[in-house]
Design a binder for this molecule. Sequence first.
Ligand SMILES: C[S@@+](CC[C@H](N)C(=O)[O-])C[C@H]1O[C@@H](n2cnc3c(N)ncnc32)[C@H](O)[C@@H]1O
Length: 329
Amino acid sequence: MSTDTNAETGDESTSNCGASNETNRTTAESSSSTCGASSTDDSSSNCGASSSASSDDSHEQEVGSTVEDFDADPGQLTAVGLGPGHAEGMTERAKTALLEADHIVGYTTYIELIPDEITEAADEIYDTPMCGEVSRTEESIDRTLAGNDVAIVGSGDPNVYALAGLALEILESKGATASMVEFDVVPGVPAAQSCAARLGAPLVNDTVSVSLSDHLVPMPEIESRLHSVASENFTITIYNPWSRKRRENFRKCCEILLTHRDPDTPVGIVHGAGREDEQVMITELGELEDLGESEIIDMTTTILVGTEDTYVWDDRMVTPRGYETKYDY
Ligand SMILES: C[S@@+](CC[C@H](N)C(=O)[O-])C[C@H]1O[C@@H](n2cnc3c(N)ncnc32)[C@H](O)[C@@H]1O
C-alpha cells in the first residue's frame, strides 16, 4: 500500500467465475464483474479519507448474490498471509496454499509480491486496486461457491487488519453456514514482527497495536484507544500511520502519545520491511511529528513506540522483558 491515489479507480473487470483467460490475470479496472461482485462497488468509497462519509459508504455495501445462486459443490477458500513482501518471508505453507489454489485474488500490489512461478501456475489471477477489499473478498467467495479452490492474499497476516474476518462476515451474509465452504487461514509474519526484527528487540514485552486508518473506525474512537493504550506501559505498534488524507490523524496521534510518554521515548520507524525500498530509523517520540512529512512515513510504514523502559543500545531498540529483575547477568 504505497499511496492512496488509486483508491477511486474504476469499475469491476469481467469475471467468468473460473474460466482461464489468455493471460490468466484479470484486473478489476476495466469492465463489470459477473461473478458475485458487490452491487455497490467499494472502489468508489472514500478509502483513506478522514471524513466519516467513508465509513457510511462501507455500510451501504450490498451482497450481490447468495448461496442459492450457485449449483456447484463449493471449493476451498483460503486466506493467505504473504508476510512482509519478499519471497523468503513467505512461509512454506503459504507457498503451498497458493500453488494449490485454482484462483488467486488480491490487491494488485500484493499480487505483484508473489513469485512469478506461483502466479503462473494459477488458472486465474484476479486483482483490484486499493480499497476494493469488499468487492474483492466477495469475488473470492463467489468463485469458491462456483466450485473453485480460491486463495485470497494480503500482506502480513490475514488476522491483522486484514480480510479473514470480512470473508467470514460476507459468507454469513450470503446465507452460507460456516461449514458450507472449507475455509482456512494460513498465517503470515505480521508487519509488527517484520519491523521489530529490523529494529532489534522492541516488542518482547506486553504490546498493543493501533491503526490510524479512519476508513472504518472514526477518529474520535481511535484517539480514545490511543489514550487508553498510551496510558499503560505497553509498546505500541502503529499501523496505517500516514497518508495525504490522514496527516491530521498522525499529528493527533503524536500529540496524544506525548501526553503520556516522555519526548525521549525511543521510536522505531520501518518503511517497506523486506521490500526493495526498505528504510529503517530509530528516533525519539519528540521528533516523530516532524517526520510525518518525510518519505520514510507513509502507508507502507509501521511505527513502534517504546515503553518507559525501552532504550537504544548500539542502534538497537531494547525493551527489557524483566529478566534483569530475577537474574544476574
Ligand atoms: C491494512 S494493514 C495490513 C497489515 C497486515 N495484515 C499485517 O499483518 O502486517 C496495512 C499496514 O500494515 C503495515 N505494513 C504492511 N506491510 C508492511 C511492510 N512491509 N513494512 C512496514 N509496514 C508494513 C503498514 O502500517 C500498513 O499501513
